[in-house]
Write a protein that binds this ligand. Structure first.
Ligand code: DGL
Length: 289
């Protein structure tokens, strides 16, 4: 039977960063600060966001379509800048898809690098995780943190309203306050000993001002970008065969499944950049597989 996927050789090209929408920009931003010398391609599947309530099968299919697109655009290495895709699709992508279709390319996620650093940040060893329904029900954070800190008590809460608020440009509007406060109060009531909260969805730092407002002062907030950037830097230091395949020019090109001008405007706000400086293209992922 003919394969539904394309076979990829290892090419030179940019680092690909993928998310269901705007959230991965918080990861891209930190990666670019740490390693401005490389070229990057960002892909946001905004037209099909949010992924948070979708099934394993659908998240896997959408993730493979996006990874394939980034491979076709030449990326030797793709970061899933999305916890939901990291929780629900990464393992299958690494175990089944890559060995068959792109054995020399790599796809990395955001959960393990976060789980590796969070234990050391908590004094009480009571850690909270705010994320999408998909990430929470996968229990990926509980499992990965337990590997590093077997004594840690991890309490997760799904915040299903937060991603739609951000994708719809409502993050700084007063209506968002209700949903942010409600989820934080619920999490702290579930375990009042929590002293560290992982923002386990890459969209959530875009609500940072409001989150800070409602989190008790002694509680540490952990957005992931910085840790993902450091972990990637370390990975590239250890894998020279991959490092040598990443092109250097400092460029960044953006692709979205939504309208390019809509993405350009919102992404510019999130990145604090002039919209005209963002090179944005529309892409259609349907029919990729
Ligand atoms: N930003 C993503 C995450 O980190 C996905 C949000 C969504 O599409 O629901 O989980």
């Amino acid at each position: 039977m003919e394969s539904e996927y394309t076979l990829f050789n290892l090419d030179e090209g940019p680092i690909g960063v993928f998310d269901s929408g705007y959230g991965g920009l918080t990861i891209l931003n930190e990666i670019r600060k740490e390693m401005p010398q490389y070229d990057y391609i960002y892909l946001g599947d905004n037209a099909r966001a949010p992924y948070g309530t979708r099934s394993f099968k659908v998240v896997y299919e959408f993730t493979v379509q996006s990874v394939e697109k980034l491979f076709k655009l030449g990326c030797p290495l793709v970061i899933l800048g999305c916890n939901t895709a990291s929780a629900k699709a990464l393992r299958s992508v690494q175990r089944y898809y890559l060995p068959r279709y792109a054995p020399d390319r790599r796809v990395l996620g955001v959960i393990i690098p976060t789980a590796e650093v969070v234990g050391a940040m908590s004094r009480t060893h009571h850690i909270g995780v705010l994320a999408t329904q998909g990430t929470i029900s996968s229990e990926s954070y509980n499992m990965e943190i337990a590997k590093q800190e077997p004594d840690a008590v991890v309490t997760g809460l799904a915040c299903p309203m937060w991603v739609p608020i951000i994708e719809n440009g409502e993050a700084d509007k007063p209506g968002a306050d209700y949903f942010v406060k409600d989820s934080i109060d619920k999490l702290m009531a579930m375990d009042p000993l929590i002293d560290t909260i992982i923002l386990g969805c890459t969209h959530f730092p875009l609500l940072m001002d409001k989150i800070r407002k409602y989190v008790p002062e002694h509680v540490k907030l952990v957005p992931q970008g910085k840790y993902i950037a450091r972990s990637l830097q370390d990975y590239l230091r250890r894998h020279h065969e991959m490092r040598e395949k990443i092109t250097m020019g400092g460029s960044c090109t953006y692709y979205t499944t939504e309208q390019a001008d809509k993405f350009q405007e919102s992404a510019a706000l999130f990145l604090n950049e002039d919209a005209q400086n963002l090179d944005v293209h529309h892409v259609d992922l349907r029919g990729m597989i």
